[in-house]
Design a protein around this ligand. Structure first.
Ligand code: NZQ
Ligand code: ZN
Length: 379
């Protein structure tokens, strides 16, 4: 077990009908109520949230329209609105895109320069508005971590920030809110949470971490089983609840505590697919991750055998990769660039984009030729 510091300040309020309590938790007199395009007005979550805010005399100004793969231009607009309205907190009602946008607004609010400076490491986020969350899509764990990912639509960079001040104060996890998430986004959420777990599992530098490996394997199994159940019945409460909590635990710092250094190379490459083609995050990972495993199959043979035994009942590394791909395809996640209409002749362009993030993340072994090799291993 390697040394570690684990700190996670987010209060989780989990369970059926907890959405109606959000107004009790939001601090301050006027919040920025932030949401996505249309879903929360269609499924009734907006009405529940607004009623709870009114009941608890929390004022609000609202801004809808956050797009999936959220963009910098929207963040700028929302910072202007938040300042003009003098809000004292942000309430994000949505999935990772809404929460990440809220985090960027929260720290940009107090910064005189361009908030993008935080993403390019020209400046570090300091103070931030307090953030509250009603989660409507389980996938990213943004509801219980300190990171955010935004795309600069002009430079085609999908970059992240990370700061303790960005952790939500309170996140409501009401599985009922996710009953209306489509099969596609349920599949993408499953892939995303699994890859969060497996990036660490396959790249960590401590070879002996039975406790953490056990966490990861249990969470992956839970995600797999609950996703298959949700595909049969969208309002299966038990399955939605298991899925939701597993996705949160997959990237809240718990599973990598004690595992030492680890990287996110699949996210590094996946972010370029989203930046260049607006591909949903989970779909980018279901393409990149099996390719990455193929590329490193010899290096990772022992861990692949362990993973295969735990999840798919095989200790053959190649069969394990095939079983994972098959699972992704069964739930409706793509595993090949051609399935999302990206030509393999674009691989060079993707690698040129991805290497910018490799540099930011210190993944120096991922040069352009290496990234091309990884993507070609999925061809
Ligand atoms: O915009 P609306 O109409 O609300 O529709 C959304 C959106 O189209 C819809 N949706 C959300 N809740 C729903 C629902 N539809 C029906 N019923 C509901 N209850 O789902 C679509 C996708 O939403 P989005 O928020 O984009 O999905 P997700 O939660 O997967 O977030 C993806 C973003 O998070 C980033 C990704 O890169 C991507 O930009 N990530 C954030 C991380 C973090 N902060 O820690 C880590 C991740 O690795 C990831 O990078
Ligand atoms: Zn992810």
């Amino acid at each position: 077990m390697k040394n570690f510091v684990f700190y996670n300040p987010t209060k989780i309020v989990f369970g059926k009908d907890q959405t109606t309590n959000i107004g009790r938790y939001v601090y301050g007199t006027k919040c920025l109520l932030l949401y996505g395009k249309a879903s929360i007005k269609q499924n009734g979550i907006y009405d529940k949230v607004v009623e709870s805010l009114r009941k608890n005399t929390v004022g609000f100004v609202e801004k809808g329209g956050v797009q999936s793969n959220p963009v910098l231009g929207f963040v700028h607009e929302a910072i202007d609105l938040a300042r003009a309205e003098k809000v004292d907190s942000i309430l994000a009602v949505g999935g990772g895109s809404v929460i990440d946008t809220a985090k960027a607004i929260a720290c940009g609010y107090y910064y005189e320069g361009d908030v993008w400076d935080f993403f390019t490491d020209k400046a570090a986020p300091g103070d931030a508005l307090p953030l509250y969350v009603v989660l409507t899509l389980a996938a990213t764990a943004s509801e219980m971590n300190s990171g955010a990912v935004i795309t600069n639509e002009k430079t085609k960079q999908k970059f992240n920030i990370n700061a303790e001040s960005l952790s939500p104060k309170v996140s409501i996890l009401d599985p009922v809110n996710t009953f209306t998430v489509s099969k596609h986004y349920t599949a993408y959420g499953c892939v995303d949470a699994m890859v969060h777990l497996l990036e660490g599992y396959f790249t960590q530098d401590d070879p002996a971490t039975p406790l953490q490996d056990g966490f990861v394997e249990t969470l992956v199994r839970t995600l797999k089983d609950s996703t298959l159940a949700i595909m049969k019945q969208s309002d299966d409460y038990q399955a939605r609840a298991d899925f939701m909590w597993a996705a949160t635990l997959a990237l809240n710092g718990i599973t990598t505590a004690g595992t030492g250094k680890h990287g996110f190379p699949n996210h590094m490459i996946g972010h370029s697919l989203s930046a260049l083609y607006d591909l949903p995050h989970g779909a980018s990972l279901s393409i990149v991750f099996p390719a990455w495993l193929n590329h490193y199959v010899r290096d990772k043979a022992d861990k692949l055998a362990q993973f295969g035994n735990a999840i798919f009942g095989t200790s053959d590394p190649q069969k394990t990769i095939e079983a994972l791909k098959q699972f992704f395809n069964i739930i409706g996640a793509p595993t090949h660039l051609s399935q999302v209409n990206i030509a393999s002749s674009d691989i060079k362009k993707i690698a040129e984009n991805a290497v910018m993030l490799a540099k930011k993340w210190g993944l120096h072994q991922y040069t352009e030729p290496v990234i091309e090799e990884v993507l070609n291993a999925g061809a």
